[in-house]
Design a protein around this ligand. Structure first.
Ligand code: AFP
Length: 337
């Protein structure tokens, strides 16, 4: 019997235990973050369960509303948003919430206020729901400067101000990937226990990858640099093999694969949409934070993504993120022109 393996199998590192371990490194910490994280975990479990039962429960279909980006909302978007908003407010640890589904930021009433700000997309990739493709929740967390006087300026600041970020992917398994600024860890939901267990400790993105991930249907509108980069992925001139193309169309799934296997994910700006499609606060920032924490890079075509200072809560930005060397290559192309 392999006792080492057996000990490992029975010593289950749950996400709460992991965060409490991290917390113990900061004697001044009062456990507020652990309480907030428990609400994120609860929301993710709810959404995971709802997504897996969506077909059965006849939850699919349009809710008859559109969100602030003018996209059709599905019932699951509405449900997921409500669950997260109520969980965050109920935790007593948040003061401002910015959700993809809500036009305005939510300012938590003074009696329920705490020092954390959460920006989140409760159900990203919702156009993939009906065909059972992986979708996810993305979140970023900041702290407020003055808990008695939270303002939008506390949110409209560089992504590098985040204190934590993560996503939960509802796929063939339910995986929550989290960084609190000290590396990246992945936890998989054990449905029989109802617990997220550490399965991907200290994720490091390969320095260079063999995959590129982009919506090539937009190629006719790309700028010269993006077109040149993708051309090099397909027809390398340095004797290397062409990269493979993988594109789910669900950012959580595409970034998750990029974190684990390496390569590059691109959603560039183009002639039709100069700022691309993805939202700075709750897509670009959290994913850039995770990729940097895993040793990769994230670039907007102009600067490091985490240095962007958004002017509006639903602002969009082009994004190139992934393996360090792959992103470096596209940075050089943008520098050269
Ligand atoms: P939906 O939520 O409308 O499905 O959009 C998903 C998303 O915001 C992101 O998850 C994908 O990476 C990206 O859009 C895909 O966009 P395209 O369909 O334009 O490729």
């Amino acid at each position: 019997m392999d006792h080492a393996a057996e000990a490992h199998r029975t010593d289950l590192m749950t996400i709460t235990r992991h965060v409490l371990n991290e917390q113990s490194k900061h004697p001044e910490a009062r456990g507020d973050f652990t309480i907030l994280l428990n609400q994120i975990v609860l929301g993710c479990k709810f959404v995971c369960s709802a997504v897996s039962k969506a077909g059965l429960a006849k939850l699919l279909g349009l809710a008859g509303e559109t969100n602030v980006q003018g996209e059709e909302q599905k019932k699951l978007d509405v449900l997921s948003n409500e669950v997260f908003v109520k969980a965050f407010i109920g935790s007593g640890r948040t003061c401002i919430l910015v959700s993809e589904e809500d036009e305005e930021a939510t300012f938590v009433e003074p009696s329920k206020r705490g020092r954390y700000i959460v920006v989140f997309d409760p159900l990203d990739g919702s156009s993939n729901i009906d065909c059972g493709v992986s979708i996810g929740t993305i979140f970023g967390i900041y702290t407020v400067k003055d808990v008695d006087n939270p303002t939008l300026d506390d949110v409209l600041c560089p992504g590098s101000n985040m204190v934590a970020a993560g996503y939960c992917m509802y796929g063939s398994s339910c995986t929550l990937v989290l960084s609190t600024g000290n590396g990246v860890n992945g936890f998989t939901l054990d449905p029989s226990l109802g617990e997220f267990i550490l399965t991907h400790p200290n994720i490091k993105i390969p320095k260079k990858g063999k995959i590129y991930s982009v919506n090539e249907g937009n190629a006719q509108n790309w700028d010269e640099q993006t077109a040149k980069y993708v051309g090099k992925c397909k027809f390398p001139t340095d004797g290397s093999s062409p990269k493979s193309l993988r594109y789910v169309g669900s950012m959580v799934a595409d970034v998750h694969r990029t974190l684990l296997y390496g390569g590059i994910f691109l959603y560039p700006g183009d002639k039709k949409s100069p700022n691309g499609k993805l939202r700075v606060l709750y897509e670009v920032f959290p994913m850039s934070y995770l990729v940097e924490q895993a040793g990769g890079q994230s670039f907007t075509g102009k600067k490091r993504a985490l240095d962007v200072v958004p002017e509006k809560i639903h602002e969009r930005s082009p994004i190139f993120l992934g393996s360090y060397d792959d992103v470096e290559e596209i940075k050089q192309l943008y520098k050269a022109i």
